[in-house]
Design a protein around this ligand. Structure first.
Ligand code: ATP
Ligand code: MG
Length: 399
């Protein structure tokens, strides 16, 4: 009897030398957590591969390529995984291998009717098997050619590679879904992401999570100047990031009074910089309370007025924690591509304003100096603002 199993390959984790055990353990934990809603699964490691099997018969995610796709996609979203294949597993001799390979190819051609050429690659882990790898390749290749008149062999540039692995059991598979690579989330310290409803910050969170960093997020909400829908959009984006980064707390700061105070008591051309300084200070307080060791923003150098080097330097001053800006040297187009890849783009471009777009000055100072910021904050009680942000009306949403 043949069953379907999912085979996942690990990436950078295997390079981690002495820490390898810890990285692999984290990866396995993350997979188990990510796949918790796909039925009872057996997830185990063998020969630097990860195998995922259904514990019970009739699990729909193992029926065929199409149903397995959803489960496989979830696996690709776990950082540390390089690629994923659906394999057919069975016992027996070369005749069983031929028959199962043919059955696999039949299904493969149903899903990929344009495939005309193939080659067979074989790995033999079971050294008691009476044929060696080249012999198995030759035999299976000939059997497939005999049974599928539409196919021919192309060893250099085949439409698909049929992989045969002979271990305690035998496996055949072809094709793979690419994973998001990176390092398992949980192998680095936690970061606090400043998450707006835009394109950039969800991508920034995704990028840091890909280096093993668990994420909490903070959103500054200025109701009713920013709508309930704007907040919902941020919640939706947090959910999208959390597919990759795992559980997160989303802190929603009630920013309305603070912003109105700024508008009233500060220079309009400095509003953006003042606002960003206060945001970072509040974010840092929340980060400390929730065990985060750094802040993360979606800033990219020169993109808008608050993202000149001068403005960045002046906003940096107010916090002690490192501020990570993974998009700082990245072109918008590249960011949009990642945004699409992670399924955030359609949500990010929904037209609900975030607080910056509403309170922003027409001509903000692009190269603020110290005297400017001193002047701008002269009539503000920044500490009181930060206290208010952290204490009054703070909402915590677990994602
Ligand atoms: P994004 O696409 O992420 O909204 P942006 O290009 O619109 O970024 P800014 O509005 O200058 O740029 O914001 C820069 C960064 O500041 C954002 O990437 C985000 O990390 C943070 N930020 C801005 N507004 C908010 C907000 N309302 N809540 C939380 N973080 C915010
Ligand atoms: Mg924005």
């Amino acid at each position: 009897m043949a069953t379907n199993v999912i085979l996942a390959r690990m990436g950078e984790v295997t390079l981690k030398g002495l820490n390898r055990g810890r990285f692999e353990q984290q990866l396995m934990n993350n997979l188990r957590y990510r796949l918790r809603s796909y039925g009872k699964l057996n997830i185990f490691q063998s020969q630097s591969r990860i195998w995922i099997e259904a514990k019970e018969e009739g699990n729909p995610y193992f029926e065929d390529d199409a149903s397995a796709k959803e489960l496989m996609t979830a696996v690709t979203q776990v950082f540390g995984i390089v690629s994923v294949s659906l394999a057919r597993k069975f016992e027996g001799d070369i005749n069983d291998i031929d028959a199962n390979a043919a059955e696999y190819v039949r299904k493969h051609l149903e899903a990929n009717p344009d495939h005309k050429t193939f080659k067979v690659e074989c790995k033999r882990g079971n050294k008691h098997f009476p044929m060696n790898s080249p012999m198995i390749c030759e035999e299976v290749g000939a059997y497939i050619l005999d049974n599928f008149s539409s196919l021919s062999v192309d060893v250099h540039n085949p439409d698909f590679i049929l992989n045969v692995e002979v271990r305690d059991e035998n496996y055949v598979y072809a094709g793979k879904l690419m994973g998001h690579r990176g390092l398992p989330v949980g192998t680095a310290g936690k970061g606090m992401l400043l998450l707006s409803g835009g394109i950039d910050s969800p991508v920034a969170g995704y990028m840091m999570a890909s280096r093993g960093m668990p994420i909490d997020a903070v959103y500054f909400h200025s109701y009713p100047y920013t709508s309930e829908q704007a907040k919902q959009k941020v919640i939706d984006l947090a959910k999208i990031v959390s597919r990759f980064s795992g559980k997160m707390n989303l802190y929603v700061v009630d920013f309305t009074k603070i912003q109105l105070d700024m508008v009233k008591n500060s220079q309009h051309d400095m509003l953006t910089v003042v606002m960003r300084r206060v945001m970072l200070k509040i974010a840092e307080e929340l980060a400390k309370k929730s065990g985060c060791k750094c802040l993360i923003t979606g800033e990219s150098l020169g993109q808008v007025a608050s993202q000149t080097l001068e403005a960045i330097a002046i906003t940096n001053e107010v916090v002690d924690m490192p501020i990570l800006r993974p998009l700082i040297g990245i072109d918008k187009e590249a960011t949009v591509k990642i945004s699409r890849d992670i399924g955030a783009f359609e949500t990010s471009i929904l037209p609900f304003e975030d607080c910056c777009t509403i309170f922003v000055a027409k001509h903000p100072k692009t190269h603020p100096k110290h005297v400017d910021i001193e002047e701008a904050e002269k009539n503000l009680d920044i500490d009181a603002m930060v206290k208010m942000g952290v204490e009054e009306g703070l909402e915590v949403i677990s994602i």
